[in-house]
Design a protein around this ligand. Structure first.
Ligand SMILES: N[C@@H](CCC(=O)N[C@@H](CS)C(=O)NCC(=O)O)C(=O)O
Length: 239
């Protein structure tokens, strides 16, 4: 069972002029950016495990990033990252596994059924392609190029009929990997191209509806208007 819902105040993102929070002082900090779907994956999982007090959220402003972040926290200069036990770990998928192994709280259900396990691995691998296709479409014939990626998800959701999730009736890592991206793509494609990713995709529609009910996800969801603004600045700006 996932942890109960917690009302958490999200701190203001740290900027180039912000002081660096202490490092390795015994508090574990999870560096995120409110705009970043990779960071959102770990944020959701940390909520799911009820680690609100144990993994403190530290949002940073990626557009006006503090220099100390690269110099002294995470040399890759990306989010997410987590400081723990004298080390800083990055990469969303590795981090989810790290948080799962190193902190208390419920683990995400993982199916015993070999067919479901294999399908989970396939979907996790496909998530890289999915993101690539959709991000690339923003610079091309968007609706035509992005459509097949959402068809892939719709078809995947037809694989097991004990849904509404990818692997059946229980939320799994697969949802956590996809939802931050689907959320942002849905907002941007609808806001700019008037393209409804759920039209003609009933399973995807139901999946989004059900994921929206997950307490661990709700506080991480971004106002779609802010996503449209941010993605427009990043992807539609003329250089
Ligand atoms: N593969 C990484 C990707 C992380 C990533 O690309 N984060 C972006 C923000 S969404 C970032 O920090 N970009 C800053 C930069 O590349 O300078 C993961 O899964 O965590």
């Amino acid at each position: 069972m996932a942890a109960a819902i917690v009302n958490e105040h999200l701190p203001t993102p740290l900027t180039a002029t912000s002081e660096q929070p202490p490092l390795f002082d015994g508090t574990t900090r999870l560096y995120i950016a409110c705009t970043c779907p990779f960071a959102q994956r770990v944020w959701i999982f940390r909520n799911y495990k009820g680690l609100h007090d144990k993994n403190k959220l530290v949002p940073i402003d990626l557009q006006n990033r503090p220099a100390w972040y690269k110099e002294r926290v995470y040399h890759e200069n990306k989010v997410p990252s987590l400081e723990h036990n004298g080390e800083v770990i990055g990469e969303s998928l590795d981090l989810i596994k790290y948080v799962d192994s190193n902190f208390e709280g419920p683990s995400l259900p993982y199916p015993n059924d070999p067919a479901k396990k294999e399908f989970a691995e396939e979907l996790i691998t496909y998530s890289v392609t999915f993101n690539k296709i959709v991000f690339a479409s923003f610079k091309g014939d968007t609706v035509k190029e992005a459509g097949p990626a959402f068809d892939h998800l719709e078809n995947a959701l037809h694989k097991f009929n004990d849904g509404p999730f990818f692997l059946g009736h229980e939320l799994s890592l697969v949802e956590i990997i996809y939802i931050p991206f689907v959320e942002k793509f849905q907002a941007f494609l609808s806001g700019v191209w008037n393209y409804d990713i759920t039209a003609g995709r009933p399973k995807l529609n139901k999946w989004i509806e059900e994921v929206n009910k997950i307490d661990a996800y709700k506080p991480t969801k971004r106002d779609p208007k802010l996503t449209v603004e941010y993605y427009s600045a990043v992807f539609l700006a003329k250089h």
